[in-house]
Design a protein around this ligand. Sequence first.
Ligand code: COI
Length: 356
Amino acid sequence: MQITITRTTTPKAKPDWKNLGFGKYFTDHMFVMDYTDGIGWHDARIVPYAPFALDPATMCLHYAQETFEGMKAYRHEDGSISLFRPLENIRRLNNSDKRLCIPALDEEDVLQAIRELVKVDADWVPTDYETSLYIRPFVFATDIGVGVHPSHTYKFVIILSPVGAYYPEGVNPVKIYVEDEYTRASIGGTGFTKAAANYAISLAAQEKAQALGYTQVLWLDSVEKKYVEEVGTMNVAFKINGTVITPALGGSILPGITRKSMVELLKYWGHPVEERKLSIDELIEAAQNGTLEEAFGTGTAAVISPIGELYYEGKTYTINNFKTGPLTQKIYDALTGIQWGKTEDPFGWVVPLETK
Ligand code: COI
């Protein structure tokens, strides 16, 4: 793919690497490519980061035909930069797009676009351990008009943001509210995709939980409100009686790449791990009888995030004395060790980038 590069003439000042927060700063450049029916994807370009001018009738603004991804570039101690399982994200983007009638992207073209963009903005990849450059590819419908049908034109864009921890708690335990009123996704819907609309749907519950002092919501299935699904910003896993249990993917849960890596790591270590249905009753019973030993979330933004408290039906359940459990810490250390190049990568997950 031919990518034209126009460099900014007014580079921005870099933020303080020690106080990045999450998703607050954006780099000097972005990647943009257009799609037109009959032509396909065309005009791949890296341009200075800037706003788009959108007609008020642009379709994505009305019917949410939009998908996105989240991945990271990591700075290793020797100064090199690498990605983590990027093809997994690119394939998931195409799966999301298929569900939303958005035309497929060529996997190698997307990887090339990420490589070239990170290379152009390489000095924005922060240097401290546990900081990274968050990569946000997204696709949106650009046809102009009111009327519900798949767009005939789209934009594929990649923006970059140097980030620290997603939660203000950092890597300390978060408090999670088990949501038993609203639901996030149903079988046959878009729960397995990163459709932007999935996140809009989650906001009312998140607001409610946050008003009660909870960081995020744990979703239950939409039919019986019986089975644990995911948190919305991360997948979840629970260590009950020595075994790590994570809800099986069934169409309504996002197939997280950190989740998949966590399961593969546990299998590699020979640690018992099950992907299966987990009812809220089984979880609460384990919390009550002391067999719920640890709980954590997994996600690109959240990494491995310990869960220290659950709220369900008016009661709170503290997990592991609100401390990060030893297995949670071990998974966090192993995963971040591989991502930041501190430990060997026996799986071939790390993809080095050329930066010169
Ligand atoms: C990610 O983990 O990359 C996500 O896209 C979650 C998002 C809510 C920040």
